[in-house]
Ligand binder design. Structure first.
Ligand SMILES: [Zn+2]
Ligand SMILES: [Zn+2]
Length: 335
């Protein structure tokens, strides 16, 4: 079968490898129908991930069950499924306390950009046949957004969130917060993403290149600032803006990793007097994945319109370059 690996910086190729077979009684082999391109894949592609080449890529997977081991009972061949493709040990100090997103002994990287993938059955979620595979594949990034939202603590209807960056993740946050009854401000500099945020129903869309974002936010929030700021793009400027424009007792969520990493300025007095919470968000737990699964499969959150490009597995390099260029929104690969 065909599978994509990164062989070196900016060198991703589709190669012929043996089709995975059932090895353990608990295994499921899935025919991949869609796999989203994630910033994590791009990190590997750009050579910023420490690993031995060739490195497998692709973890946002939806597909059809091809074959199951003899102990598998909850799915059978032909079922439409979503994969939570991050293997966790289940027994380390983080897994034990329910924070399996921080597992100390994660399994090998999955290879979702392939025709088939093998995975233990507990990571396989049976989905409805009525939803597009392309949309089902977005469960994993949505689960990461769920992780962030949970960390924002108690939110009341009508509370206001500021989402910095209207890329695929920013737009997912927008849809999620709208579903929760929050009011939304999005700031973004790219014109097509500004339009996407408007299309997705943001209450206020600001362009830092043209608008005084701080003034606009304080105006929109009657001087209080927002209850939550989500940084999907962290810079010195956006971090500082978040500290100034988040209300007392509000939360600043650091969603996106930065490569290379940066140093930001922090006046502890601001955090102290405003009782700000500054919280990191990394991946998603098993339960958060399940929540995202429910949001997608019940159509509570509909994500199809944030996918701008669907490319074939053979076009994997173009898919990665398209995502890097940020000319569109989410890029999804279908074998
Ligand atoms: Zn991802
Ligand atoms: Zn673990």
């Amino acid at each position: 079968m065909k599978a994509a690996y990164v062989f070196g910086p900016r060198d991703v190729r589709v190669v012929e490898v043996p089709k995975p077979a059932i090895q353990r009684p608990d295994d499921v082999v899935v025919k991949v129908k869609a796999c989203g391109v994630c910033p994590f894949d791009l990190r590997i592609y750009l050579g910023l991930f420490k690993g031995k080449y060739p490195i497998p890529v692709g973890h946002e997977v939806a597909g059809i069950v091809e074959e199951v081991g003899k102990d598998v009972t909850h799915v059978s061949p032909g079922d439409v499924v979503i994969l939570d493709a991050m293997i966790r040990c289940g027994v380390c100090r983080y897994c034990r306390r329910g924070l399996d997103n921080l597992c100390e002994r994660k399994g090998p990287l999955p290879n979702g950009f392939a025709e088939y993938i093998r995975i233990p059955s507990r990571y396989v979620y049976k989905a409805s046949k009525t939803i597009d595979f392309i949309e089902l594949a977005l469960c994993e990034p949505l689960a990461c957004c769920v992780n962030a939202v949970e960390k924002a603590g108690e939110l009341l209807p009508g509370d206001i969130v500021h989402i910095i960056g209207a890329g695929p993740i920013g737009l997912m946050f927008l849809k999620l917060f709208k579903f929760m009854g929050l009011r939304t401000i999005v700031s973004e500099v790219l014109e097509h993403r500004i339009r996407a945020a408007e299309r997705c129903g943001a209450d206020l869309v600001l362009n830092p290149k043209a608008d005084n974002v701080e003034k606009e936010i304080l105006g929109f929030t009657q001087g209080y600032g927002v209850d939550v700021t989500v940084l999907t793009a962290t810079t010195k400027e956006t971090f500082s803006l978040a500290l100034r424009t988040t209300a007392k007792a509000g939360t600043v969520l650091l969603f996106a990793a930065r490569y290379p990493s940066i140093t930001v300025e922090l006046d502890p007095n601001i955090v102290h007097f405003k009782e700000l919470k500054i919280i990191g968000v990394e991946g998603r737990t098993t339960k958060q994945f399940y929540k995202a699964f429910r949001l997608i499969t019940t159509r509570a959150v509909v994500l199809r319109d944030i996918v701008s490009h669907v490319l074939r597995l053979d076009e994997i390099k173009e898919a990665f370059e398209t995502a890097l260029a940020r000319e569109g929104l989410k890029v999804v690969v279908t074998p």
